[in-house]
Ligand binder design. Structure first.
Ligand code: SF4
Length: 345
């Protein structure tokens, strides 16, 4: 029997109600994360990947709210009220309540995009790590400091005994991101969410950080959700890929299958837009025509139909395709090219 996933997101909807209308930032997203697996969530800016991440951490601020769906998580350390299968629904927990606060950091940790704004400039890196460790573990200050030094060493910070007392603004970009990863790992989470962790770094440091994350993931056996717009990052670190467009999952599947044989026209277009060493010099790079619609003005039917080369008038602009398994593969895709039954219905 297949192992139960660590995280099961089902039909998640997170909306923002503002004066101009309702923004359906996440609109019926479903995916699983197995223990020890790296899942890459990919899509253009505004596709809802970061709001999905914030929903899982239950840190959606007003005027946003999780309006329906579930975020079922199997707690590994923290004692939570669970169902018969051992899952707690994080979407039902109070964002500022004790249960959700104990899940954040201890069970599920975040590596943010820009550590400079996430670290406090007023406290040393060490003090922030020690505070985090003592919040979730019953240890004294000296023990917490020893754990923090060990975590810094684990992520490759040189001379951690000295650097632990430095402020984040005294560290280089690469060291600061390593320190942020150490902070995220300080309570041994079972699920690490990395929100574009290499976007603010130069390419050499990016490669080092991705190698570090791959090493840590295999050494510590934790699950990782990698949020990124960069398909190169997904290819390097992910086992499984979830492609999002306008708040919906348009395709998901194992990384090898998605890269070898993408099914959804949007995934195909994304892959075509990656610059290649073999491109004809000075030729125009392929891009996806048009742009993401304004959130208040979502097109009816398939959200991608006004940019899609395979658009079928009378079908794609009328009906909304559901995420459906593609026979003979482990992929699922939300497109009428693979869902004739739904079209007939
Ligand atoms: Fe294109 Fe239609 Fe498939 Fe949408 S449902 S991706 S418009 S072919």
């Amino acid at each position: 029997m297949a192992e139960q996933p660590l995280l099961q997101v089902r039909d998640l909807k997170t909306y923002f109600t503002v004066r101009e209308g309702v923004v359906r930032a996440v609109d019926g997203v479903s995916f699983d994360v197995q223990a020890g697996q790296t899942v890459g969530i990919v899509g253009e800016s505004g596709c809802g990947k970061s709001i999905t991440m914030r929903s899982i951490l239950n840190i959606i601020r007003k005027p946003g709210a999780i309006v329906s769906g579930s975020i079922r998580y199997r707690p590994q350390k923290v004692k939570l009220k669970t169902d018969a299968e051992g899952y707690a629904d994080l979407a039902r927990l109070k964002s500022t309540g004790r249960d959700m606060r104990s899940v954040r950091g201890s069970e599920i940790a975040l590596i943010p995009q820009e550590p400079m704004v996430s670290f406090s400039a007023l406290h040393s890196v060490g003090n922030q790590m020690i505070e985090m460790i003592r919040l979730h573990q019953q240890v004294d200050h000296a023990t917490a400091r020893a754990i923090a030094i060990e975590k810094l060493r684990q992520v490759g910070v040189p001379a951690p005994e000295r650097r632990i007392d430095m402020f984040s603004w005294e560290l280089s970009g690469g060291l600061r991101q390593r320190a942020m990863i150490a902070l995220s790992l300080s309570c041994d989470p079972s699920l690490l969410i990395a929100d574009e962790p290499t976007t603010a770094l130069d390419v050499t440091t990016q490669a080092q950080i991705l190698n570090l994350m791959r090493r840590l993931q295999s050494e510590l056996g934790m699950a990782v959700i990698m949020i990124t717009h960069d398909l190169g990052v997904v290819a390097q670190v992910s086992d499984y890929v979830v492609v999002m467009y306008l708040g919906r999952v348009v395709e998901q599947g194992p990384v090898e299958q998605i890269f070898a044989d993408p099914k959804h026209p949007y995934t195909q277009a994304l892959l075509r837009s990656i610059p290649s060493m073999h491109s004809v010099t000075r030729s125009e790079l392929p891009s996806i025509r048009g742009s993401i619609p304004i959130p208040f003005n979502r097109p009816p039917g398939c959200p991608f139909h006004n940019r899609c080369d395979a658009y079928m008038p009378g079908v794609c602009n009328v009906h909304a395709p559901e995420l459906t398994p593609v026979p003979g593969t482990d992929q699922a895709v939300s497109c009428f090219l693979y869902d004739e039954v739904e079209v007939r219905a």
